[in-house]
Ligand binder design. Structure first.
Ligand code: F0G
Length: 463
């Protein structure tokens, strides 16, 4: 017996330890200048070996666990009916409760399959906010994609706890005026394009009720369903005693089907799924899948991938992991906020977004403030982020100027189980350093661009 009170730590520690290490690239400032020059200012053109901390995306960039690697070894590579598929199907079905489980090589493959079947000219797909590949696949089918997020969802300073919520009144009015034109309603959890903001269970229940009233199916874009479930547990009255799994199961029970990029909340480096209950729709989707993805029991994935994804989809719902995950994103947001760096609020689940317009008030939107901040972070500290603003969503007008997008953000997306707290401290220091010297940052212009999705390949020059 001792008199020492029970130790409770204020620090939320990483609930894993490191078994395999990958050297961190530490290019010199001169080397980074050379890389930037060769990339013509486009960070997508920088080789990963020249990047110290890569926050371009949290997609496919996570670290797998020992159990996932063990599942890789057990992978069954049979063309049809592989054991790994049945393992995958069992885990996905236990979570989503859906009858048909269709594996796909990533999220956008599920989008293409679903919208090639239910989309098409004359159809409209409402969502809180469509992710860009979702929108692109809706539009490629000939249908129209419409965003109906609540007004707080597009206000970067609003502290609403569920900024990903659908504006239910607008949805009801929309379904009323578009009777017969809406094959499904889509809700993205968390709302990536709106800053990784969650959707509440209450909102999902209301959306379900509206869909029932109009006889329209409801689908989830579930790429970050576990982070969304954790936010519900933390923020929604009456939810704190439930497990993330129970909450996630209720989220899936409220919809008729779901698509998921398993490169996010399944710790996969590759993978996705489409699940649904409708038998006739499932037949059509499987036929569309066979055309480009492969046989319906592998959907473009190796058997070992299916095995690792099945394990990852269970691990992601571990409370210790989710507590650490959301706390570590919040840690970065909190330190930057306290240092006066302008941010999108509150912190998202998978990313921290810098508000480049307030970060560089002397660089107007058409002069690409987000690109300027993003380039400075790479030049000064080897950090790779992504501009989500005028470069991504604006376009060049006939007079050569840029039409601005509603927001100019820089996303710092945090890969899962990859970086430690000291890596994040380095990121915080670097962002504060660039912010302190913001007056010396100028604007950029686009010197060359393709017709579509220009942000991936266009070239920039400093003004
Ligand atoms: N839906 C959401 C909400 C996403 O964030 C993504 C991908 C997709 C669908 C498409 O999935 O990449 O597996 O084909 N988001 C990544 C990102 C690319 O960086 O946010 P995918």
């Amino acid at each position: 017996m001792t008199d020492i009170p029970t130790f409770t730590s204020k620090t939320i520690i990483e609930p894993f330890r490191v078994k395999v290490v990958e050297p961190l690239p530490l290019p010199s400032r001169e080397a980074r200048e050379v890389a930037l020059e060769a990339a013509r200012g486009n960070l997508f053109n920088i080789r990963a070996e020249h990047v110290t901390i890569d926050l371009m995306t949290d997609s496919g960039t996570g670290a797998m666990s020992q159990d996932q690697w063990a599942a890789m070894m057990r992978g069954d590579e049979s063309y049809a009916g592989a054991r790994s598929f049945f393992e995958f199907e069992r885990v996905v079905r236990a979570l989503t409760g859906k009858k048909h489980v269709i594996p796909t090589h990533q999220g956008r493959a599920a989008e293409r399959i679903l919208f090639s079947v239910v989309g098409g000219k004359g159809h409209v797909i409402p969502a809180n906010t469509h992710f860009d590949t979702t929108r692109a696949n809706v539009e490629a089918s000939g249908a129209e994609a419409v965003d109906l997020v609540i007004p707080e969802g597009i206000d970067p300073e609003s502290l609403h706890p569920f900024k990903g919520n659908v504006d239910v009144a607008r949805l009801a009015a929309f379904l009323e005026t578009h009777r017969g034109q809406v094959p499904l309603v889509l809700v993205t959890v968390t709302n990536n394009s709106g800053g990784g903001q969650p959707v509440s269970l209450g909102n999902l229940r209301e959306v379900r009720a509206v869909c029932d009233r109009f006889g329209v199916p409801l689908f989830l874009d579930a790429a970050r369903f576990a982070e969304n479930a954790w936010f519900i547990k933390q923020r929604e009255p009456g939810q704190k005693d439930r497990t993330p799994r129970e909450i996630a199961q209720e989220m899936f029970s409220l919809c008729d089907g779901a698509m998921m990029s398993m490169k996010k909340d399944a710790f996969g480096n590759m993978g996705g799924f489409l699940v649904l209950n409708d038998d006739a729709l499932a037949v059509e989707c499987r036929n569309a899948l066979i055309l480009t993805e492969g046989f319906p029991t592998y959907g473009g994935l190796a058997g070992r991938d299916l095995g690792a994804l099945a394990v990852g989809l269970e691990e992601i719902l571990d409370e210790r992991y989710l507590e650490y995950r959301i706390a570590s994103t919040h840690y970065v947001w909190d330190h930057l906020q306290k240092a006066g760096v302008p941010l999108l609020s509150p912190a998202g689940g998978h990313a921290v977004y810098l508000d480049a317009r307030r970060f560089l008030p002397h660089v107007p939107s058409p002069l690409l403030p987000g690109q300027s901040v993003s380039i400075a972070l790479y030049r000064e500290a080897g950090i790779r982020s992504v501009e989500i603003g005028t470069v991504m969503f604006g376009h060049t007008q006939p007079d050569g100027t840029q039409s601005p997008s509603p927001l100019d953000l820089v996303r710092l997306a945090i890969p899962r189980r990859v970086y430690t707290q000291s890596h994040m401290d380095y990121v915080i220091e670097a962002v504060i350093h660039v912010h302190e010297h913001r007056k010396s940052l100028g604007g950029y212009r686009i010197t060359e661009e393709p017709k579509a999705l220009r942000h991936f390949t266009c070239a920039f020059a400093a003004l």
